[in-house]
Design a binder for this molecule. Structure first.
Ligand code: GLP
Length: 239
């Protein structure tokens, strides 16, 4: 695992976008698993701009959503579906068979998990997984205490995740569970990138990099990944 620190959020985002584009040039049918949330938003903007401006063919790439709030419709601007649609799918005009989301409204969430597990398997695994980090160390919705051996699964959310999660929604929203890519998928991805910016993330980034690797802080598992980068701005760096 490498830690890469950038002076500004813009520089950090530029570096992430560069890695994403580089992957497509190397592997035109790359499989991306992408987080939603504030942290990767600017990187996605730079990524889509670069692909369009440089006329890079990304039509054979596959995109898979990292997670979703259970019970939230895709039309809700707070949903992960909506975020990826606005920030990746629409700007790139991605074909519907090249983007895969969890349906948070599904009556059979277990089947939703199997659906995404199968898509990952059929695509021979993830080439890259890009994640943010929760203040409790979650990646995706892999909350403290999660098993590292899980593929896609449904999980009860901690209060801190529910409270912080309100920032994505226009009005107070009842949240209780998430559906997410599991840590097994995360660890098996060819490359993992964790993005964090801002002072608020400094403490959990410090723990991610320095605490004993344990599932009370799920993000610590990234230190066991064979090809991972923790990419942060100066504000998120506590040394
Ligand atoms: C959310 C999502 C994660 C996201 C993380 C950080 O709850 N489940 O996928 O990466 O928390 O979000 P942000 O980048 O907005 O700080």
């Amino acid at each position: 695992m490498q830690k890469l620190v950038y002076k500004t959020y813009e520089q950090l985002s530029e570096a992430v976008a560069y890695k994403m584009v580089k992957l497509i040039i190397k592997k035109p049918n790359a499989v991306f698993c992408l987080a939603s949330g504030s942290s990767p938003q600017l990187a996605y903007q730079y990524f889509t701009e670069k692909l369009i401006n440089k006329k890079i063919n990304y039509s054979n790439c596959t995109f898979i959503a990292l997670d979703e709030w259970v019970g939230i419709p895709p039309t809700d601007s707070g949903s992960c579906h909506y975020f990826l649609q606005e920030n990746i799918v629409k700007p790139l005009n991605i074909a519907s068979d090249k983007i895969h989301y969890f349906d948070g409204l599904s009556k059979n969430l277990e089947l939703e998990c199997i659906k995404i597990d199968t898509i990952i398997e059929q695509n021979n695994g993830l080439d890259i997984i890009i994640v943010g980090i929760g203040l409790n160390g979650h990646i995706g919705f892999n909350e403290p205490g999660v098993s590292p051996d899980k593929k896609c699964h449904v999980i009860d959310l901690e209060d801190i995740t529910i409270n912080v999660g309100q920032k994505y929604f226009d009005q107070p929203t009842q949240l209780s569970q998430g559906i997410t890519i599991g840590l097994q998928h995360f660890m098996e991805a060819n490359e993992a990138i964790l993005i964090a910016n801002g002072l608020k993330k400094a403490e959990i980034i410090f723990k991610t990099l320095n605490a004993e690797i344990n599932m009370q802080i799920p993000s610590t598992i990234i230190r066991k990944h064979r090809n991972a980068s923790v990419m942060i701005d100066l504000d998120a760096d506590n040394n």
